[in-house]
Design a protein. Structure first.
Length: 1012
RNA sequence: GCCCGGGUGGCGGAACGGCAGACGCUCAGGAUUUAAAAUCCUGUGACCCUUUCGGGUCGUGCGGGUUCGAUUCCCGCCCCGGGCACCA
């Protein structure tokens, strides 16, 4: 009998699947669709690690299962291949990133194919392929040509806005035209029209402070900055003003929020998105500047505390604090006085500045030089008095106005009313500057003030004439109502989310299909100009300045263009390259490129129709596969919670508004797989002289540094002496369990740490799937990835565990292998007997053997049907670990049989196929009488509920909830019969010891509890 | 600080409010083998009683509660992991 040799059978079947296009998606009108999607991988130079195949295996199992259930399955794979790592490697090795990308993709594809995933490889896509990014650029132009209409709460074509201006249905805001008086659309020239429309587009250009990362040589989106450092690489990020492309995702904030309610995503993921969007309901309140006409509007979520506002704070960048302009004398609007008001405390004059203007300017300089990181780490309150006062509109009180960097220009109106009694930040500032703190909310309405300030909880309004006694909730509503009535303010909703910074100063990304015109405006490329490809460059290194690499491609950048109006509507001209004989306008291409997220925002749509060169996707295909709900199941890591998943929802909603897709949301159901950690490690700490230190004496804040062998080692310090401690790995046989933790065998006084670490190259605990496949085969890899535990849970890798599932597959092989010799699988003959060979009428069993085989055939029926039921249910709920367990149990039953009936063998293989397809295919080919090209083409088996249950139950009997015996009863016995049987049981009687049964509780088919 | 997850044998984990620890790993003993590997069989939560057969007590992070019955539901803590963090 041939041994189980995964390497050779896996290669064989992978080749056959590809050649016979077994897993090609086959949409058909009468077949229900099922779209199961993996998160778009970035083909890195490192290749796969075992974390990748976790989600991929889960989706593959479901894809194979759904095919068996008669669905048309969409299960594609492709490459998110633009991006920094390839570009950085290209610079290092002086190779074009396109070459590196291609190599990495080939490697990734090879690795994925070696795991036996049932992707439809005809649909493979690649974001760096011009045939793909032609449509990324096309969608960008759709965003560019769309404005958000708040009245209908949806995006609309920009031409419709132009038409409203043209017809006079909408006035042109004067501030958009340098304050010119009322003009009509027909008064405007093309430049002016472009300027007006640019203000509304979902893709717009703005000069604003951005997150500049010098180490990466590019700006980053807010979502890509974590703790003031770049998400990729952890490099410092600074704020710098730059001209950048932005996408108006903020317009869709409410839609993005509302859409979450309709999705089958985990609560924690929805929460992350909700927090990121950050809606808060409050009010804007207008404060007059004392002795002037100016008004400052603040945003507050606690209008009920208005009576407790004792000062006001502006962001340092607030327009009212713009002293730079006034100092040149150009603008007399600056209200900051040039002398301190009488009795200004010295502590208010920033660094004892001579005048408020100087104080404001000095403070602005200081705060703008501080990095994001410094700002975040140091929350001590600083600020400068502006010399100005505001009038509290509800009580007429005059309050001083400060600037401070704890107020952010980007949120609300960049100005706050400070209520130090009920806000800890204001409280801290008031403490630092000696400002009054008053209580206007208390725990109960009859208190004079809150027990302790700052009191931030809800309570009852006090010391607030308009609203005294009202609960915080009611007071808030009442106050807004009164403010609105008197024109002092109104209800306002704010969102934390900012517009999406969409350009990067890199080479390896999609070029913007935009040209800059001599008049300072810009125009989109005509559709006929797409795709706009990157110029071939040998030097694509960063320039060392903030100029992107494409600035070096002057011939590509500087062009002659012709503007055309395809829609006939002025203001929406498109640009095309001038022909040699044409008199073109000199123009410059946009030289920033799009961020990596661009290509992944819509890739799931391209899979549906990947070779279409007339549309990003045929509408019929989109309707069929997305069926108004979006992707049926999307599995991936949680790291994209606020990046890809927010961005692509945004793009999708725009496409939906414009009528290009049929569903409002792209991903109906989403599951996050848990991280796979490295193998569990025991860490022993020693000080520098090598003396062991027990874990209790080690400070809990660990760090790591490169050790002598180049690998990262854990370091910490002694709680007692503060001395440096070094963690080193010890072997499992050096430790033993003692009490709560593990101790050293040779010195049980020393407790060691036990935990699993994230896989990382520096720690040297990365597991390469190629090695696992070489040693145990792809089926074992797949099986173990799923057997480790629940999909969504974090779990540590274990090589011994892989061996466990490998042994399981070997046992399956030994049970069912049909090889050259006849095996234990027996086939029924028409006369009721059995034969051992596949060929009819050979290898007939003798009468004794027939009797054994018949007994086995009867015995296997119930386990078989129960296994079908269990595996089916487990796969449906993505509980693959328990599905595998029950297949192991079923196989253990088969192992105990003398003869294995064909039906049981086929059931085993059919159920195994989604999980371990290669071995299933191979054994199926060996055993099946009439084989299809693949076992995956067979339908899923059904189970018979009546065959799942035993005729006789072995019921546990409890007395007062404690297990006290068992009784055998027929499975349809009623409560009385069961109690009767229990009472006749000698063991139960002994336990009852004569006590009368007060009440029996019988749970049908499960257990009996006797209450005494 | 705020908001989510999660704490079950030596380990990964299983268990519609109903027999806690399925399945797998580890370890131990046995069979097979000249021997080893592989394979097969048996045992493997802790403690206690019993020569054996067997039996008992405790046990799902800790403390309470609801219930005939709680790993599961409720309240209060502790620990671990993740997210957010001067967002008014």
């Amino acid at each position: 009998m041939a041994a189980y040799n995964p390497v050779s059978i896996e290669k064989k079947w992978q080749k056959r699947w590809l050649e016979n296009r077994i897993f090609a998606s086959r949409p058909a009108p009468d077949t229900p669709p099922f779209y199961v999607l993996d998160m778009f991988p970035y083909p890195s130079g490192e290749g796969l690690h075992v974390g990748h195949p976790e989600g991929y295996t889960a989706t593959d199992i479901l894809a194979r299962y759904k095919r068996a259930r008669g669905f048309a399955v969409m299960h594609p794979m492709g490459w998110d291949a633009f991006g920094l790592p390839a570009e950085q490697y290209a610079i290092k090795t002086d190779t074009h990133p396109g070459i590196i990308t291609k190599k990495n993709i080939d490697r990734f594809r090879g690795q994925l194919q070696s795991i036996g995933f049932s992707y439809d490889w005809d649909r493979e896509i690649n974001t760096t392929d011009p045939a793909y990014f032609r449509w990324t650029q096309w969608i960008f132009l759709k965003l560019y040509d769309t404005w958000f209409d708040p009245r209908t709460n949806r995006g609309r074509p920009i031409q419709e806005l132009a038409a409203e201006f043209a017809s006079g249905a909408r006035n042109i805001p004067a501030e958009l035209l340098d304050g010119h008086a009322q003009v009509t659309w027909s008064d405007l020239n093309d430049t002016q029209r472009r300027k007006v429309l640019a203000h509304y587009r979902l893709a717009y250009e703005v000069k604003a402070p951005v997150n500049w990362c010098p180490a990466l040589g590019t700006v980053l989106a807010n979502e890509e900055v974590i703790d003031g450092k770049s998400e990729v690489g952890g490099f410092p990020v600074e704020r710098r003003p730059m001209r950048q492309w932005m996408l108006r995702i903020t317009a869709y904030a409410q839609r993005l929020l509302d859409g979450l309610d309709t999705l089958e995503w985990s609560d924690s993921l929805k929460l992350m998105q909700r927090n990121w969007i950050g809606r808060s309901d409050g009010a804007q309140v207008h404060f007059h500047i004392a002795h002037g006409n100016a008004i400052v509007t603040v945003f507050t979520t606690r209008p009920d505390t208005l009576f407790g506002a004792t000062y006001m704070v502006l962001a340092p960048e607030h327009p009212l604090a713009d002293v730079q302009v006034s100092s040149t004398g150009e603008n007399s609007a600056c209200l900051i006085p040039d002398h301190w008001p009488a009795n200004t405390p010295d502590s208010w004059k920033y660094n004892n500045a001579a005048t408020p203007r100087e104080a404001v300017r000095a403070y602005q300089n200081w705060t703008s030089a501080r990095s994001e990181r410094q700002r975040q780490e140091d929350t001590a309150k600083t600020g400068a008095f502006t010399g100005l006062f505001a009038v509290n509109p509800v009580n007429g009180r005059t309050i001083p106005i400060f600037i401070s960097d704890y107020v952010l220009m980007g949120y609300g109106s960049g100005a706050i009313m400070a209520v130090p009694g009920h806000d800890r930040r204001d409280f801290a500032f008031a403490g630092a500057f000696g400002l009054p703190v008053e209580s206007v909310v208390a725990e109960s309405p009859d208190q004079q003030s809150a027990a302790a300030l700052p009191f931030e909880d809800n309570g009852y309004a006090v010391n607030s004439p308009w609203i005294n006694g009202l609960s915080t909730e009611a007071a808030r509503e009442k106050m807004i109502e009164l403010l609105e009535k008197q024109g002092l303010g109104r209800l306002q909703i704010n969102y934390k989310i900012r517009d999406w910074l969409f350009s990067r100063q890199r080479y390896w990304g999609e070029p913007f299909p935009i040209v800059h015109l001599p008049d300072g405006t810009h125009a989109p490329l005509a559709d006929s100009e797409l795709p706009l490809e990157l110029p071939p460059m040998s030097d694509f290194k960063p320039t060392g300045t903030m100029d992107p690499p494409l600035s070096k491609a002057a011939a590509w950048r500087d062009i002659q263009i012709v503007l055309e109006s395809p829609h006939g509507a002025a203001g929406s001209q498109t640009a095309r390259l001038a022909k040699p004989d044409e008199n073109g306008i000199p123009a410059r291409r946009e030289i920033n490129t799009m961020p990596q997220w661009a290509g992944s925002c819509w890739y799931y749509l391209r899979y549906l129709d990947p070779h279409n060169n007339r549309a990003f996707c045929d509408p019929q295909m989109e309707k069929y596969w997305m069926h108004g709900r979006g992707v049926d199941l999307y599995i991936g890591g949680v790291e994209h919670a606020v990046l890809h998943l927010l961005y692509s929802r945004f793009w999708h909603k725009v496409l939906y508004d414009l009528g290009y897709v049929s569903s409002d949301e792209p991903f109906q159901r989403l599951v996050n797989q848990g991280l796979i950690l490295g193998e569990a490690e025991y860490t022993l700490f020693t000080d520098e002289s090598g003396v062991c230190v027990s874990l209790e004496d080690v400070a809990p804040d660990w760090d790591s540094r490169p050790g002598p062998d180049g690998r990262a080692q854990v370091i910490s310090q002694s709680r007692i002496t503060g001395k440096l401690l070094i963690g080193c790995r010890c072997r499992p046989d050096e430790v033993e369990k003692r009490g709560e933790g593990f101790v050293l065998k040779r010195d049980p006084a020393i407790t060691v740490d036990t935990r699993s670490f994230k896989m990382s190259k520096s720690r040297g605990n990365v597991v390469n799937p190629d090695d696992v496949i070489r040693d145990f085969g792809a089926d074992s890899l797949r099986l173990f990835e799923m057997f480790m535990g629940p999909l969504e849970q974090v779990k540590p890798w274990s090589t011994a565990g892989v061996e466990g599932v490998y042994r399981f597959l070997q046992r399956v092989w030994r049970n069912l292998n049909g090889g050259e010799d006849p095996c234990r699988v027996v086939y029924p003959e028409p006369d009721g007997g059995f034969r051992r060979n596949k060929q009819p009428a050979t290898g007939l069993l003798n009468p004794d053997q027939n009797a054994e085989a018949l007994a086995d055939a009867r015995a296997i029926v119930r386990p078989m049907h129960r296994t079908i039921r269990k595996v089916t249910g487990d796969i449906e709920r993505l509980a693959f670990n328990t599905a595998i367990s029950s297949l192991m149990e079923f196989n253990n039953v088969l192992s105990r049989l003398k003869w294995i009936p064909e039906a049981a063998a086929m059931t085993m293989l059919r159920l195994l196929e989604p999980l371990a397809p290669h071995i299933a295919e191979e054994l199926y080919e060996q055993l099946a009488l009439r084989t299809t090209a693949s076992i995956s083409l067979l339908p899923w088996p059904d189970w018979d509920e009546t065959l799942c249950t035993d005729a006789e139950l072995d019921l546990p009997v409890q007395i007062n909830g404690k297990l006290s015996g068992r009784v055998k009863v027929p499975n349809d016995a009623d409560a009385d019969a069961v109690v009767d049987a229990a009472m006749r049981d000698a063991g139960v009687q002994a336990k009852l010891a004569g006590r009368p049964v007060k009440k029996p509780v019988y749970v049908q088919g499960r257990m009996l509890n006797l209450v005494v």
